[in-house]
Design a protein around this ligand. Structure first.
Ligand code: SAM
Length: 214
């Protein structure tokens, strides 16, 4: 489901800085060679993530859900000198492709890439995060949130993708309440009621929940 008029979306993209050559390549190769390319953040959201990262200037970033590395490359743009981005994905088939892109970007040192279940890996990463991007299996959003909230610096941010779930958070846009939609509804409510954060649900693309730890 598109939330804004297609022509307006094109106009907005035409007035947004373009993707780098490498990001354009990652985007194109993902669409040509990888299953479910719609999962990739893409031009507009990628530039927004890079912009947030530049604004926050994080020393340590955690990403849950690497996929082909597009959003990791965008988020890494704003890392402080000597900073680290930790990114996790359970899909080992993408490993060579992703490591290749990180090397091409010159991020082999600053991006630490883990293959496996994020629920097992997050507790073993010894870092305090300034920025966390959650974009994996939606059913576990609340579990990821609970795992990272105490590891987030005061004033740090958690960004969670797809929180509007193609509009299915509203009854009028869904046929039935499936498991993922129920999990997203519960997650959005959980963040809304969490006194530890202030939050904005930004209706960009499929919806980004942005929470700042007080
Ligand atoms: C929407 S894609 C990530 C897209 C990427 N962040 C981007 O914007 O380009 C979701 C990814 O989460 C991964 N994933 C799903 N469940 C996971 C889990 N429990 N642990 C680690 N990765 C998981 C999938 O393999 C998939 O590659």
């Amino acid at each position: 489901m598109e939330f804004i008029d297609e022509d307006l979306q094109h106009y907005a993209e035409a007035h947004t800085s373009p993707e780098s050559e490498l990001l354009h390549k990652v985007n194109r190769q993902t669409h040509l060679n990888v299953m479910k390319p719609r999962m990739l953040s893409g031009h507009m959201q990628g530039r927004l993530l890079a912009m947030f990262s530049h604004m926050i200037k994080p020393k340590q970033i955690l990403e849950v859900g690497t996929y082909t590395g597009y959003s990791a490359l965008c988020l890494a743009e704003g890392l402080q000198q000597g900073g680290t981005l930790y990114t996790i994905d359970k899909n080992e088939e993408l490993e060579d492709r992703v490591r290749g892109y990180f090397a091409e970007a010159g991020f082999s040192e600053s991006i630490k890439y883990y293959i496996g279940n994020a629920l097992d890996i997050i507790p073993n990463i010894n870092a305090e995060f300034d920025l966390v991007f959650i974009d994996a299996d939606k059913i576990n959003n609340a579990n990821y949130y609970d795992l990272v909230i105490d590891r987030l610096a005061t004033g740090g941010y958690i960004i969670v993708d797809n929180v509007l779930w193609s509009g299915k958070v509203l009854e009028k846009y869904r046929k039935k309440l499936d498991e993922d939609t129920a999990a997203l509804l519960a997650f959005n409510q959980k963040v809304q009621e969490d006194d530890r954060v202030e939050n904005v649900l930004l209706p960009v693309r499929d919806g980004l929940m942005i929470a700042r730890k007080k």
